[in-house]
Design a protein around this ligand. Structure first.
Ligand code: ADP
Ligand code: 5GP
Length: 221
């Protein structure tokens, strides 16, 4: 893959979608992988924008045809998967690719693509998470207590997986979390391009042979 693959996971309702949308408006060259899912549309979601919404038969056929880089049954109810085609497209255009996937899918991608950069987004605490889940479902006029409870229960298990990720950030104040995610992307780009290493090599390290040579020429060693 020419670009960087960023894996972003978080308990549902932590604000991952909100963060990713803001990040993409601030940082160029970030493509978003639109996943396939069997769940029904929520609020103002549109087919092909947030997700490709498909029925179970179609999803199963795609699994059998090996069309997914990873897939998982999330919350024990619906299937979600990342199409290999999304990766191919990012490769072809030389862009970095963002995957918004759950912890099971992230594990699969980390194994297949060890160079991927993984980021875990945490809510500040369970109470705030519950509030965000409830506000979102009220705004979308589809409050289902059972769905909220299931997602909250799952959050605790997901948070435990945080240590498998390279980075973790807390989405408390949105602007701060967006700034942190942007910093991670820019830092990782710098690592890939060698810019970070080049800057490091210019540090005022007294052991630097290059600096010592100049000092010597001034008779200062
Ligand atoms: P996710 O994609 O992780 O399931 P969303 O991005 O849909 O979560 O966010 C869940 C709800 O929380 C939304 O109503 C969103 O507007 C709100 N939200 C997201 N981030 C913050 C934040 N930092 N502070 C307050 N509300 C937030
Ligand atoms: P939601 O239904 O709230 O949009 O998403 C539920 C969960 O499914 C989130 O944790 C989200 O990251 C995850 N998810 C979304 N797309 C994919 C995918 O392609 N693969 C996997 N494994 N999980 C996904």
């Amino acid at each position: 893959m020419a670009g960087i693959l960023f894996i972003i996971s978080a308990p549902s309702g932590s604000g991952k979608t909100t963060l990713v949308a803001q990040l993409r408006s601030l940082v160029e060259g970030l493509e978003f992988s639109v996943s396939y899912t069997t769940r029904r549309t929520r609020g103002s979601e549109e087919n092909g924008r947030e997700y490709n919404f498909v029925d179970r038969e179609t999803f199963k056929r795609m699994v059998e045809n090996g069309e997914f880089l990873e897939w998982a049954e999330v919350f024990g109810s619906d299937y979600y998967g990342t199409a290999r085609a999304a990766l191919d497209h990012a490769r072809a255009t030389g862009k970095d690719l963002l995957l918004d996937i759950d912890v099971q899918g992230a594990k699969q991608v980390m194994e297949k693509m060890p160079d991927a950069v993984s980021i875990f987004v945490l809510p500040p605490n369970p109470e705030v998470l519950q509030m965000r889940l409830r506000h979102r479902s009220e705004a979308e006029h589809m409050t289902e207590e059972e769905v909220i409870e299931r997602r909250l229960h799952q959050a605790r298990n997901e948070v435990k997986q945080m240590w498998d990720y390279k980075y973790a950030l807390v989405n408390d104040v949105l602007d701060q979390a967006v700034a942190e995610m942007r910093a991670i992307v820019l830092y990782e780009r710098g690592v890939r391009d060698g810019v970070t290493a080049m800057a490091e090599s210019c540090r005022t390290d007294p052991r630097s042979p290059r600096l010592r040579a100049v000092l010597k020429s001034f008779g200062l060693d």
